[in-house]
Design a protein around this ligand. Structure first.
Ligand SMILES: [Zn+2]
Length: 411
């Protein structure tokens, strides 16, 4: 079995068990925020004066010089400070790539206290016996249900994060993993609102979160009624953030389970290319041309975004042997049996009844099977009856097979 080098992140609870630990985390976080803002200002200044840009390495050099002069700065580990500079560098890289793509650029921002909640460590982290060794500070207790899933991994870097008054440590390990084996099975995957369907006929439904969502909605409405900057509003805010974190973690857990299950079943997983941004555009329209069904579309958008298609695809990308993307054209309205592409065949969200041949199936499974066909670059003549294969090719914009062309000419 071939082994490959890669990285895996493991999330631990970080337990600062002494007052000294707490204090170090809080003061270091604030010092890093100030360093981040100072480094951002330096980049802007440098650009204004010279017209050139500062790099991560330039700033690391400047950091070493600063540490020699200021004893206060030298009190903090250099791996932590470099982590902060790296974070700024990544913010700039993101800005430049968005600029290139013509998207909303979003220049890196100066961080207020409420917008800075993590400490990045670029090197020198060690994990042993339930503790994380932080360079320049010392050991701190970490805990994880099930322990470290990569006991042979080499810890490379870490990020200490604060959320809702609790700390977590995300440790990045360099690991050797077995490359996922390709068993030759191609699976089509239809991602829908709140569930995904595969071409084997299995539906993977997202766990219901309506109670949590309703609670988040109630808190949101309560928040909007409360006095700005009041203590009660702050309390509601914390409560709301907690509910939202719970929703997010439940969804992430589902993504991990589904992607692992699919990756184990098939060597190749085919998904449609979906432009989530375009699909979830508001129906509001403009002042001159107001849109219709605005609340309905807003509700649909929420469900689409909540399902988290992009996150699921990202997990599949590293878990499955192959992931291919196929154009989404006609996959949900084409009959898998006869190939007729009719919008009317899709009666309701779940029911597909072909208007041409009467074939009835779950709409998402029908679509998943079509996606599988497109992925294999041909209509499913070998798996279904031959009738309608050329119609299917047409529906998906595939070339007609030469044998069919000949038989069509003969006929
Ligand atoms: Zn049909």
């Amino acid at each position: 079995m071939a082994l490959t080098q890669t990285h895996r992140q493991v999330v631990y609870r970080l337990l600062p068990q002494t007052a000294g630990n707490w204090q170090w985390l809080e003061t270091t976080l604030e010092a890093q925020r100030q360093l981040y803002n100072a480094a951002l200002e330096e980049r802007i200044d440098f650009r204004r004066k010279t017209g050139k840009s500062r790099t991560y390495f330039d700033q690391c050099k400047a950091l070493t010089a600063c540490r020699a002069e200021l004893p206060d700065m030298a009190g903090c580990g250099i791996a932590v400070q470099r982590g902060t500079l790296k974070r700024l560098d990544e913010a700039f890289k993101g800005f430049l790539s968005r600029l290139k793509k013509g998207a909303k650029a979003g220049f890196p921002k100066f961080k207020g206290k409420a917008f800075f909640d993590s400490i990045a460590i670029v090197s020198g982290v060690k994990v042993r016996d339930g503790t994380l060794h932080i360079p320049g500070f010392g050991p701190m207790t970490i805990r994880r249900k099930g322990g470290n899933p990569h006991p042979d991994g080499r810890p490379v870097s870490a990020v200490l994060k604060r959320a809702g008054g609790k700390w977590t440590a995300v440790v990045c390990y360099a690991v050797e993993i077995e490359e996922p084996a390709d068993n030759g099975h191609v699976l089509g995957l239809d991602r829908n609102c709140g569930q995904v369907a595969d071409s084997d006929g299995e539906l993977h439904a997202m766990p219901h979160m309506s109670r949590l969502e309703a609670r988040a909605g109630r808190l949101q409405r309560k928040l909007s009624r409360q006095q700005k900057r009041s203590k009660r509003r702050e309390r509601t805010k914390r409560h709301l953030a907690k509910v939202r974190r719970k929703i997010a973690s439940r969804r992430r857990n589902w993504h991990h389970h589904v992607s692992r299950r699919l990756a184990a079943k098939a060597g190749t997983v085919a998904v449609e290319s979906l432009n989530v941004k375009a699909m979830t555009k508001s129906a509001k329209g403009t002042v001159e041309e107001p849109g219709t069904n605005v609340p309905q579309k807003a509700g649909l958008n929420r469900v689409i975004l909540n399902t988290g298609w992009t996150a699921l695809k990202r997990m599949l990308d590293y878990k499955a042997a192959n992931v291919i993307t196929v154009p989404a054209r006609n996959t949900s309205r084409t009959c898998h049996e006869c190939g007729a592409a009719e919008a009317a065949s899709r009666r309701t969200r779940d029911d597909f009844i072909c208007v041409a041949c009467g074939h009835a199936a779950h709409a998402d499974i029908n679509a998943a099977r079509n996606i599988r066909c497109v992925a294999r670059g041909r209509a499913p003549e070998h798996e279904a009856s031959g009738i309608g294969a050329s119609a299917r090719r047409e529906a998906f914009g595939l070339p007609t097979s030469p044998t069919r062309e000949i038989s069509a000419r003969a006929a």
